[in-house]
Design a protein around this ligand. Sequence first.
Ligand code: FAD
Length: 526
Amino acid sequence: MSSPGAYRVDPLPSPVPTSVIDPVVIVGAGPAGLTAAYELVLRGVHPVVLDQDCRVGGLAQTAEYRGFHFDIGGHRFFTKVPAVEQMWRRMLGPDFLTRKRLSRIYYRGRLFEYPLKPIDALLNLGVPLGISVVFSYLRARIRPIRPEVSFADWVTNRFGRTLYRVFFESYTAKVWGLKGEEIRAQWAAQRIKGLSLRATMVAMLRRTFARHRGTTIKTLIGEFEYPRLGPGMMWEAFRRTIEQGGGRIELDSRVVGIEHDGTRIRAVAIERTAEQTTYPVGHVISTMPIRDLVDALCPKPPPEIVAAAHRLRYRDFITVALIIDQESVFQDNWIYIHDPRVKVGRIQNFKNWSPDMVPDQSRTCLGLEYFCSEGDDIWNLPDAGLVELAKEELGFLGLAQVARVLDGTVLRMLKAYPVYDEGYEAALDLVRTYLAGFANLQLIGRNGMHKYNNQDHSMVTAILAVRNLFGEQHDLWAINADDEYHEMTTEPAAASEAEAISRGDLRRLSASQPLVPTAVKNGRPT
Ligand SMILES: Cc1cc2nc3c(=O)[nH]c(=O)nc-3n(C[C@H](O)[C@H](O)[C@H](O)COP(=O)(O)OP(=O)(O)OC[C@H]3O[C@@H](n4cnc5c(N)ncnc54)[C@H](O)[C@@H]3O)c2cc1C
C-alpha cells in the first residue's frame, strides 16, 4: 500500500489522443472537481483546477482556527460504491479512521438517544409529556387528518401531534426554513417508509433485546469513517497527488467569465485579487452552481434560460466554532437541537470525531450550526454578533458553561443545500437542455447538477465524466434517477478492475443519497 497522501500515479493507457480534449479546465476543487482531476492525471492528462476558495474540499473542507480543526457540518465518509471506498482508503491509509457514532436529540432540556430507544425515550419524555403522547396518538388514530397533504399531516397521523412536535417540527423548520405544513407528505413517506408508532416501538424493542443478547444489528453498529484531521485531510491528499501527477490547482481563482461560440466553450476567465486571467479550454468540467455558470456565460444565453437559472434556490449555512476551556463537554459527535427556543440547529463536537481535531486535549471545539438564507436575520448578523448568539444559546441549553468559552470564529458557506422547491425541476430541465448544446462542457457534483447529494455521489459523477472523455457515454443525470441507471454504451470499459463501477453500485448510490423536501402549494401537493 502506498503511504498516506502519496497515492501512486501510474498513467493508464489512453485510447484517445489527449490533444483532442486538452487543455481540460475543471471549475471547483471540491470532491467532484478533485476526483475528476485525479482521474485525468491517472490517464496522463494534466488539468487545471480553478477554485474561488482559499482551500480545497468545497463543502467538505476542513477549516482551522488557532490549531482547532472544524468542518462544515461534520462529514461522515460512507459509500455503497467499492471503487470510491478503495480510493479513500488508498489515499489516506492509516489516517482514515473508523469512529463510533453517538448522536442525540435535545428537546426542552431533555436528551434523547438517536436512533431512539424505547426505555430512554419513555423515561426522558416524563409523565405529563408521556400522557400527552398517548392521547395525541389515540386522537390521530380515531380522527386522522384528511386529506393527508403535508409532512405535518403525515407524521401526526402516524405518531400523534406531541411526538411530531418533539421529534420533527422544529428541526425540519430550522434546516429547510419551511414549516411542516408547507412540505409535501411525500417526503415523509420516502424518509420514514412503512413506519407507524407501533412498528417503531416493535423495532426499538427488538433492538434493545438484540443488544441484551449480545447480537448487533448492522444499521445500528453506529460506526463511520473519518480522516484523522477532518475531511479536508482527504482533499489535501487528492490535491498533492494531482499536483505530483502534473495537474495544477489554482485557489483564490473565481471563474467570472465562460466564453463560447454557441456550440463550444472557448475560454474561462478568472478573477484573482484584482487581476483577470483567461484560460483557453479544450474541455470544461464544471462543479460551480448552475445559476452562477449561466451568469458567467459570454455571450449571455437567451433571457428564458437566465430566468430559469435564477429560479434555482439554495439554503446557506453558518458554523460558529467555539473553543471551550474544558476537556470534555459532551460525549456525542453531534446533537440535534429540536428545541424551538433557540436558533441553533445542530452542535458538533469535533474532538469526538477525531481527537486530533484539537491541538490541546484539555480543550474542546464545538461547532454551532445555523441553517439560514443569505440576507435573513441570522445571515445578516456580524461575525461578533454570531459568536455572542452562539455563546448565549449554548449557555441557555446548558450544554457548556459560557464562562469557559475562550474564543470563537465564524465560517459562512453560501449554497450549502440546493433547494427543491416548486418549479425547480422544470427550470433545471430547461437550463440542462440549453447547456447540453455545448459539446465540450460537462456538469458534475452537488451544485454543479443542483443535486442534494453526498461526497460519494459527486465523486462518481466525476469518474464517469472523465470516462466520457475517453470514449464512454454515460448519462450523468441518469445516476440521479430512482429507476435503473443505464449507460448509452453497452459495455462500459473500466480503466482497471479496482475502478469498476457496476450498475448495482449506481442503484445503491442513488438510493443512499439524502432526500429533500418539496413544498406544498395552496394546500395541494405541487
Ligand atoms: C452541512 C453539510 C453536511 C454534510 N455532511 C456530509 C456527510 O456527512 N457525508 C458526505 O459524504 N457528504 C456530506 N455533505 C455533502 C458534501 O459536502 C457534498 O456532497 C460535496 O462536498 C459535494 O462536492 P462537490 O465537489 O460536488 O461540490 P462542492 O463541495 O460544493 O465544491 C464546489 C467547489 O466549487 C467552487 N466554486 C463555486 N463557484 C466557483 C466559481 N465561480 N469559481 C471557482 N470556483 C467555484 C467552490 O468554492 C467549491 O470549492 C454535507 C454537506 C453539508 C452542507
